[in-house]
Design a protein around this ligand. Structure first.
Ligand code: AMP
Length: 210
């Protein structure tokens, strides 16, 4: 079982939340380009400063930057048995580059309608200490950690609309691309978190023989 898994879907579909279950099930490390970019922004690197302009506007960071990040990440020893990609690839050129450097065995697409996404993202909060993700209404954090939760800078309604636009024009065509290659499994992401998680787990078990 040395292939990689791609978690696919619009922003706010619950990819980050569900990634934990797949990591527990498969032992594959989670590789989130969004997290890697946010780390670079925080660290104040030149690449981070460039990426931040796109991220704050809800636009995709250029493919060359993303592909460079992934190429470097895949050279690390924990990636030898495949990884779980979260938020990558997001364009067809990214998927083509990935196909040259890794074997993708399964693409799990979590589908959620746009109107539900806006409600989800604007209420989303993150625990900066653990990276755990909560929602003020749908998945409230324990009261003892509530005061330290933060909202991502790009989780405002205006930016979410721009991110959805980028998703529909640049990322959604990838669903067809992966479907044509027999790799796409679609899951209804517009149901309670645990039910989505069960469906995600089933999809992983079916396609990855875990
Ligand atoms: P995410 O946390 O996955 O929602 O990513 C946050 C932001 O980082 C996105 O809105 C993009 O600006 C940027 N980003 C993350 N992953 C990618 C990617 N694979 N391609 C281009 N931009 C990305």
């Amino acid at each position: 079982m040395s292939g990689s898994i791609v978690l696919f879907g619009p922003p706010g579909a619950g990819k980050g939340t569900q990634a934990g279950r797949i990591v527990d099930l498969t032992g594959k490390p989670q590789v989130s380009t969004g997290d890697m970019l946010r780390t670079a922004v925080k660290a104040g690197t030149k690449m981070g400063a460039e990426a931040k302009v796109y991220m704050d506007a809800g636009l995709l960071v250029p493919d060359s930057v993303i592909i460079g990040l992934i190429e470097e990440r895949l050279t690390q020893s924990d990636a030898v048995n495949g990884v779980l990609f979260d938020g990558f690839p997001r364009t067809i050129p990214q998927a083509e580059s990935l196909a040259n450097i890794a074997v993708v065995e399964s693409v799990i697409s979590i589908e959620v309608p746009d109107d539900a996404i806006v409600e989800r993202i604007v209420g989303r909060r993150m625990d900066p200490e653990t990276g755990d993700i909560y929602h003020i209404t749908f998945n409230p954090a324990p009261s003892e950690i509530e005061s330290r939760l933060i909202q991502r800078k790009d989780d405002t309604e205006e930016t979410v609309r721009a991110r959805l636009e980028a998703y529909h024009t640049q990322t959604a065509p990838l669903a067809t691309w992966y479907s044509e290659r027999g790799l796409l499994i679609s899951i209804d992401g517009n149901q309670p978190i645990d039910q989505v998680g069960d469906a995600v787990e089933d999809a992983v078990r079916t396609t990855m023989s875990v």
